[in-house]
Design a protein around this ligand. Structure first.
Ligand code: NAD
Ligand code: UFG
Length: 338
């Protein structure tokens, strides 16, 4: 089976390529490297001992998609490509709508015209409204997004849902990720944010490796066990395996489906700091500062539907997430070094 992976050079995409290749699937990647390095794909080859095809192209480039679909007999597309920085999306909404929506429309049109019928889309827990109770279920309320990035996920879900209704025999799986962290246990691939990390775990690991002085903890007055924000952190290898499960599910299910990819367990910011220190032996100095605008106190998934229908469950715990984050960060202090 041949899979087209858009955004396959990125953090989650590269880990998913490893899992696909390990399952004996063939992989074609399209990525314009706007937020990644082709070195990640060399490392994927190194980890798996297998080859993959790489097109350094933009997903909005219809001619490039036509070339790929003409040349390769693609069974399924996994659509990771997109811009993902929440804060940047507030200052550059048009770039976010252009990149994240247009890429999906062009990709879906090309799939339809070439008779490719299966697509897995990277959605996010950010599509859930802030006024839900936890755990978040796939049936929880969506919308009222707080930033353009979140709206692109919400609108992309709708675009693909409508396409699944209209195009004969289509199958769309929307995967709502919670907080992916960690890295492949080899330490060869991992998350390599450009500039100052927005997310907690890359910030913690950059403090530990000496690239940053201390962590700012955004608020300690939430209604949580220690006052700091609680999230559902999930090992990126577990998340990647969720995509393999989705592809298997699509072989027998048509139409639209939506699944959470989370563990069902929430940890606070300070839980994460303490676990990281315990597992790695590194100190992570921190200061409590004001809440980050737009943040909410507690977010975690109900993983029940994914367990029941995909037969998928996260296997790794917090210690492995910290261990593998550190394996990557300590072996690659400057990431892929570009
Ligand atoms: P990433 O930035 O590492 O990967 C995205 C990849 O897409 C990058 O390699 C980038 O170069 C590529 N890309 C972007 N626009 C493109 C375009 N127009 N054409 C071709 N390539 C393009 O991000 P990631 O963390 O691996 O996230 C992958 C997907 O998962 C994204 O859609 C993201 O929004 C979604 N997601 C991520 C998280 C998270 O916390 N990392 C959470 C929820 C959802
Ligand atoms: N945090 C800090 N200091 C930091 C960074 C984060 O205290 O330097 C805290 C946040 O306030 C939050 C927790 O750590 O309580 C996690 O923050 P992240 O930025 O790592 O993750 P979020 O849950 O805020 O955001 C993630 C993705 C978004 C997505 C959102 C909802 O990064 O893309 O989940 O799915 F929109």
């Amino acid at each position: 089976m041949k899979i087209l992976v858009t955004g396959g050079a990125g953090y989650i995409g590269s880990h998913t390529c490893v899992e696909l290749l390990n399952r004996g699937m063939e992989v074609v990647v399209i990525d314009n490297l706007v937020n990644s390095s082709a070195k990640s794909l060399e490392r994927v080859r190194q980890i798996t001992g297998k080859s993959l095809e790489f097109y350094q192209k933009d997903v909005r480039d219809r001619a490039a998609l036509d070339e790929i679909f003409d040349k390769h007999d693609i069974n399924c597309v996994i659509h990771f490509a997109g811009l993902k920085a929440v804060g940047e999306s507030v200052t550059m909404p048009l770039e976010y709508y252009d990149n994240n929506l247009y890429s999906t429309v062009i990709l879906a049109e090309a799939m339809r015209d070439h008779g490719v019928k299966n697509i897995v889309f990277s959605s996010s827990a950010t599509v859930y409204s802030a006024d839900n109770t936890v755990p978040l279920k796939e049936s929880s309320k969506t919308g009222m997004c707080t930033n353009p990035y979140g709206w692109t996920k919400y609108m992309n879900e709708q675009i693909l849902r409508d396409s699944a209704k209209a195009i004969d025999d289509w199958s769309v799986v929307l995967l709502r990720y919670f907080n992916p962290i960690g890295a492949h246990s080899s330490g060869l691939i991992g998350e390599d944010p450009r500039g100052v990390p927005n997310n907690l775990m890359p910030y913690i690991s950059q403090v530990a490796v000496g690239r940053r002085d201390h962590l700012n903890v955004f608020g300690n007055d939430y209604d949580t066990h220690d006052g700091t924000g609680v999230r559902d952190y999930i090992h990126v290898v577990d998340l990647a395996r969720g995509h393999v499960a989705a592809i298997e599910y699509m072989q027998t299910h048509r139409g639209e489906s939506v699944f959470n990819l989370g563990t069902g367990t929430g940890y606070s910011v300070l839980d994460m700091v303490h676990a990281f220190e315990r597992v790695t032996g590194k100190k992570v100095p921190y200061e409590i500062v004001a809440r980050r605008p737009g943040d909410i106190g507690t977010v975690y998934a109900s993983p029940d539907k994914s367990a029941e229908l995909l037969g998928w469950k996260a296997q790794y715990g917090l210690d492995e997430m910290c261990r593998d984050t550190w394996a990557w960060q300590s072996k690659n202090p400057m990431g892929y070094g570009e």
